[in-house]
Design a protein around this ligand. Structure first.
Ligand code: SAH
Length: 218
């Protein structure tokens, strides 16, 4: 448990140790997490819990993902420095920021205008220049920019995300929570180079659902 009276550095060190002990061991992933100030991405009410290894509420009834899950998903994606990555579900922009520190370009799609704007202002604050945002329905991917080396979905897809898989390079990797219920399985699809995929189930996760269309409310 994070002790709020500890310095941010101490709390971050504790978080990194916790992630490492749970299997997030890739140094580049840990460095990206360590250099990303999570309090910037949380609501004022939850700032003192920003270094906890838990998901927290953000605007529009959505959540910022748990650091362990962010770390595991990022590690599972096996990102190369030269990769162009598509992320579906920008939310707070926390996961986007981690991806931007590991890839060449990150394309991110969000269906709430408010969340998109808030995330864009955080990217500006952090001087991240390799993130391209889009307000829209991420279920359809981003056909104009396809194919992608890597795709990460941070909202639960009810079944195989066919439209997204079709926008992946032949040997690309897609990681997504799959399932209709409150608990989903984190699934990794790895292209075999011939139009097929190897499918692996990693862990059980709890994500908000991937919804159709853009949000009518802000
Ligand atoms: N990666 C985010 C987690 C956000 S929660 C973070 O680190 O903060 C999932 C996000 O997916 C929510 O913001 C939700 O609005 C968004 N979402 C759900 N369905 C979507 C869709 N069809 N297209 C784009 N975004 C979607």
């Amino acid at each position: 448990m994070a002790e709020p009276e500890d310095s941010p550095e101490t709390q971050m060190a504790r978080l990194i140790l916790a992630l490492r002990s749970q299997g997030v061991t890739e140094p580049k992933v840990l460095t990206a997490i360590e250099t990303t100030p999570r309090p910037l991405f949380t609501q004022d009410l939850f700032k003192d819990r920003a270094f906890e290894d838990s998901a927290l509420p953000i605007a529009c009834g959505q959540t910022i993902s748990q650091p362990f899950v962010v770390g595991l998903m990022t590690q599972a994606l096996k990102i190369d420095r030269r990769d162009r990555v598509l992320e579906i579900g920008t939310g707070s922009g926390y996961q986007t920021t981690i991806l931007s520190k590991m890839a060449r370009l990150v394309y991110t799609v969000e269906r709430y205008r408010t969340l998109m704007k808030e995330a864009e202002s955080r990217f500006k604050t952090l001087a991240l220049t390799n993130i391209i945002t889009r307000f829209g329905d991420g279920g359809e991917g981003w056909p104009e920019q396809a194919p992608f080396d890597r795709i990460m979905v941070t909202a639960a897809a009810p079944g195989e995300p066919k439209a997204l898989l079709s926008q992946l390079k032949p040997t690309g990797v897609l990681v997504a929570p799959i399932g209709k219920g409150p608990v989903q399985v984190l699934r990794r699809y790895t292209g075999d180079g011939q139009g097929g995929f190897t499918v692996e189930d990693l862990i059980d996760v709890r994500f908000v659902p991937l919804l159709d269309g853009v949000a009518k409310e802000l």
